[in-house]
Design a protein around this ligand. Sequence first.
Ligand code: SF4
Length: 213
Amino acid sequence: MKNSKKSLDIHREIKIHKKKLSNCRLCKNMKGTPVICSNSSSDILLIGQAPGIKEKVINKPFAWTAGKNLFSWFYKIDVSEDNFRKNVYMASICRCYPGKNIKSSGDRVPSIEEINNCKQWLDFEINILKPKLIIPVGKLAIEKFISFQKLHEVVGKKFTKKVNGISLNIICLPHPSGISMWYKKNPGKALLEESLFKIHKTKVWQNLISKEK
Ligand code: SF4
């Protein structure tokens, strides 16, 4: 009874939170409105960098090429995209599309100011969801939790840390961008496999597998 009341409270809080978040327009240089995942409770929190232009249009996190790669990785460890989207809370360091990088073919990396503006939303989600596993995807998301120089130092490892006073596990993934070579050749390829192996072994991931139809 206590647990179901707690879960209802979390759902209610997250619903209010998402409403506030969807109205956020703090960053003047962002090109879109916040992209927000559909579910409201999870022991696993996946954190990306920022939505791309397709995610802005479709209004769903990891909805295009990078998402296809990411979900193909999860498929290898027995979780389908459908199951993942239904049961895992997906957040990002910045919730709005930053626009194109004028010096390259990719998207603009959010500024420090934008990251700081958006921090409040992620911190609230961590505090209310109290996840047991955080999966930061890509450099910007990993940096929020762990100091490092090169991806090789963090991908493939499991960290146990206190985040906002909550003890949890962190397993990092590289950014699944189609143009990245990091995870396509060794040592990145093997380190990605190691991260996936470690994710697969966690209890919360095994719980997720049990929800596959
Ligand atoms: S990036 Fe975050 S803080 Fe900035 S406008 Fe979007 S939701 Fe608000």
